[in-house]
Write a protein that binds this ligand. Structure first.
Ligand code: TRP
Length: 382
């Protein structure tokens, strides 16, 4: 057990005020340096998206190596996933946003894993029908961000198991129980589904290499909480004859209720903006969101507010500021006291409503082709 002022970050629990540099050191990952960002900028040939230029992605494993290979003519594929325990909220889009951008600028393939099995095993209150239902709903939302139907492939675990299993068998044999127990903190009462599950989350990292009979590099953009799974994957990769996946890690975004209420523990309804929230619910949640403002208008005009602790500022930062210029203006006016919280919330709400409207339209179109992205068969030769 961690002391009360400590933080905990595992794939199954995120708690406390996270010191991200310390977490990076604890996990043994590398810093996403200005040099690497400059390389990404140069390779993509355009502006970096806000999640990169504003520091939400901050850590990696082997990104430099992956870019070397890319520049030598060996394209990687992207892999990320979602455990469907309920509706998606805007912070869940962080990994998929960056994947969409990388797919669009570099023309690379994307593999998405929907883990309806994992969430059934991990959450006692969820039925099989629910995780399968949310799996499809979440998939529509993810694809609606703008993925290319021809280059996007989905492992929907319970439906793709025939495609995953031949490789999962080999992966599972390489992972001792003592490793998963130490990495995930499993208890004697943990069900054996979860003990096996990490093998399934590793499989997509190797799947294209397996299917094509050659080494295909993999890049996984994900929340840093998912890193423990891929430490296991990286440890066994070479023994199986596959390349180690590279990773790009994001911070966990703060929830609407304040800094310690992490959005990934979004069980609390009002802590996040869910993509199926109505117009008036979004309005109510943003109006009630925790900010870095002062007790009175007079004080705020005089002393300014604190953007870094503000959940509304986090919305501007991660998605809703249209460019870095606007983001800097909002930040400066907040700090100086020129922009009050009520006005700031009205402005961001306009953007949020516009995003929801565009997203709803894109989502309807996606439903026509989502089914065709789901992989159900193992590669023929194997
Ligand atoms: N375990 C993840 C979750 O709980 C889902 C997931 C599967 C995933 N494969 C992934 C996340 C790859 C990031 C990258 O949501």
């Amino acid at each position: 057990m961690a002391p009360p002022d400590e933080f905990v970050v595992t794939p199954y629990e995120v708690r406390g005020r996270i010191d991200y540099q310390r977490l990076r050191e604890l996990f043994g990952t590398q810093d996403l340096t200005p040099d690497l960002l400059a390389r990404l900028h140069q390779i993509s040939g355009g502006d970096l998206p806000p999640l990169l230029s504003r520091g939400v992605y901050y850590s990696h494993r082997d990104l430099g190596l992956l870019l070397d290979q890319f520049q030598k003519g060996s394209p990687f594929f992207l892999y990320s996933g979602r455990g469907p325990s309920g509706p998606l909220h805007t912070s869940h889009l962080v990994s998929f946003d960056i994947c969409r951008w990388l797919q669009k600028t570099l023309g690379v393939r994307m593999f998405i894993q929907i883990t309806d099995d994992e969430k059934f095993w991990a959450r006692a209150g969820l039925s099989r029908e629910e995780t399968a239902y949310w799996g499809m709903e979440n998939l529509y939302d993810i694809l609606a961000l703008g993925f290319d139907p021809k280059r996007t492939h989905v492992f929907f675990d319970s439906r793709s198991i025939a495609a995953l299993y031949p490789l999962a068998i080999r992966v599972a044999r390489k992972i001792p129980y003592s490793t998963v127990k130490a990495v995930f903190g499993f208890e004697p009462s943990t069900n054996i589904g979860l003990v096996f599950y990490t093998a399934l989350q590793s499989v997509p990292c190797f799947w294209p290499s397996w299917a094509e009979g050659r080494s295909v590099p993999c890049l996984i953009p994900c929340g840093i909480d998912q890193d423990p799974h891929f430490r296991v994957t990286r440890d066994i990769a070479e023994g199986l004859g596959y390349p180690k996946p590279a990773l790009l890690h994001s911070q966990m975004l703060p929830g609407l209720l304040g800094e310690n209420a992490m959005s990934t523990t979004g069980d609390r309804e009002d802590n996040a903006l869910f993509l199926n929230d109505t117009h008036s619910t979004v309005e109510r949640k943003v109006r009630g969101a925790f900010t870095g403002g002062r007790a009175t208008v007079e004080e705020q005009r005089r002393l300014g507010a604190t953007p870094e602790v503000c959940s509304v500022w986090a919305l501007w930062r991660t998605r809703f500021a249209k460019d870095d210029r606007e983001f800097q203006d909002v930040t400066r006016d907040c700090r100086s006291g020129a922009l009050l919280c009520g006005e700031c919330k009205s402005r961001v709400l306009e953007r949020i409503h516009a995003f929801y409207a565009a997203h709803a339209e894109a989502r309807i179109k996606v439903q026509g082709w989502a089914e065709s992205t789901i992989i159900t068969e193992a590669p023929k030769a194997l």
